[in-house]
Design a protein around this ligand. Structure first.
Ligand SMILES: C[S@@+](CC[C@H](N)C(=O)[O-])C[C@H]1O[C@@H](n2cnc3c(N)ncnc32)[C@H](O)[C@@H]1O
Length: 411
């Protein structure tokens, strides 16, 4: 299958190199202070879970953020997001294959794999912000990285990530062990000063934040903390790669909708009455909340990330934009490359081009359009990749329950 046109899918791999998908502009705020309709994210491998706080987990009192203060509105909302993801249970392989968005999950896995293969190098030290249940561990292993630190606010997800890292997950009983040492932390990445906490492990060569950066955009302080963490922990020349909702597309769809809710058979997005005019002030780019529901994956509040604001805020933290692409344009571009077309065939998002006729539905493809990929690079003279002696960092090849670090007060 390939894209014959923006928004339409062509379920044959053959025409992969002949499609003409348009690329999309960034979200703009126009002079009249509202988003311009110009040219205009999840492969949350819905695995594992089950787990809540364990008395054995190592809790570190949080002197790294502000969360010892009474819980404010943004912390409460972050907790709501954490509770949602913590409660999502691990699926068996059969349940996963029966998911109404199985091809979308596979497509998102392909997108993340392409990003990782293009930017990760053998031996790299990787910081995975909002790592979830470790759905990207295999991808990092294929890239032969040297060290991995995964952080997520949802304790249930981090515990499932541990299970998967140790090779105990039901989904992959015969998997060989991962070849890199790892460290797993439960913390709010957008509240905590990770640079102090991870100073022994820094600098990282790659920071990845997949389908999660938008959870930082509830307040300016959180968005700044997120970018400050990334910037402080990356080496000069290191890359920040990620995927998040494409605000251009969401706002366009909102404006085309009759009311404040739109969607299809697998998702819906709903804005509150306060956005009835469908106008957004460029002077207040943070805290624009909507409710997102994606069958078998997500059901929680999210925040619009106006990309031009994201780009300029990142620049303040010495992170320069290398590339941004809507997922449709991303698929169009990289599916033309034989190695990535082959990967797509193996992952099966579009069927295997052979016996397997199942493929992404139009409704799933419409969900893919809601997301973009981004790549930023830390400024400064590029330094050598981080090849720290394994003894110098805190990673382990087997992570026990007690090894999971919990930064208290964050969630
Ligand atoms: C859609 S899932 C993506 C998980 C993983 N990155 C992936 O691609 O499979 C979003 C993740 O963001 C995490 N998250 C949300 N807010 C967070 C925060 N403030 N700090 C750390 N993780 C957060 C959630 O717990 C969840 O695991």
């Amino acid at each position: 299958m390939t894209i014959s046109d923006c928004g339409k899918i062509d379920p044959t791999l053959r025409s992969a190199s002949s499609c003409h998908c348009k690329s999309f502009g960034f979200l703009h705020l126009d002079d009249s202070d509202c988003f311009v309709r110009r040219n205009m994210k999840r492969s949350y491998d819905g695995y594992a879970s089950a787990s809540y706080a364990s008395p054995q987990l190592k809790r570190t009192s949080n002197s790294y953020g502000d969360s010892s203060c009474p819980e404010d509105d943004s912390t409460r909302k972050a907790r709501k997001v954490a509770d949602h993801y913590s409660a999502r249970s691990n699926q068996t392989l059969e349940e996963r294959e029966a998911s109404p968005i199985i091809h979308l999950k596979k497509l998102n896995n392909w997108i993340k794999s392409v990003l990782i293969q293009r930017y990760a190098r053998r031996g790299d030290a990787v910081l995975d912000l909002a790592c979830g249940k470790g759905g990207d561990l295999i991808k990092w292993d294929k890239a032969q990285i040297g060290y991995y630190v995964g952080i997520d606010i949802a304790e249930g997800s981090i515990r499932d990530c541990r299970t998967r890292y140790n090779g105990d997950a039901d989904q992959q009983p015969r998997r060989k062990k991962f070849s890199f040492p790892a460290r797993l932390i439960c913390a709010d990445c957008y509240e905590t000063s990770l640079n102090e906490y991870l100073s022994d492990d820094a600098p990282f060569d790659i920071c990845s934040c997949q389908f999660a950066m938008h959870y930082s955009w509830s307040t300016e302080a959180r968005a700044r903390r997120a970018l400050a963490n990334v910037s402080a922990l990356l080496r000069p020349g290191g890359y920040f790669i990620g995927t998040m909702p494409d605000a251009n597309v969401i706002i366009k769809k909102l404006r085309e909708a009759e009311g404040l809710t739109f969607g299809n058979s697998v998702y819906w997005i709903s804005f509150d009455e306060e956005y009835a005019l469908k106008k957004f002030k460029s002077s207040s780019p943070f805290g624009i909340q909507y409710k997102f529901h994606l069958e078998d994956a997500v059901d929680c509040p999210e925040w619009i990330v106006p990309f031009n604001h994201f780009k300029s805020l990142a620049e303040e933290y010495d992170l320069k934009l290398v590339s941004v692409k809507n997922s449709h344009a991303f698929v169009d571009e990289f599916l033309k490359m034989p190695e990535f077309a082959e990967l797509m065939r193996r992952l099966g998002a579009l069927g295997d081009g052979n016996l397997d006729r199942s493929t992404l539905s139009q409704d799933e493809w419409d969900v893919a359009y809601l997301y973009l990929t981004f790549v930023l690079q830390k400024g400064g003279e590029s330094t050598a990749r981080n090849r720290k002696n394994n003894n110098l960092h805190k990673g382990k090849m087997y992570i026990s329950e007690e090894d999971i670090e919990i930064l208290d007060g964050n969630i």
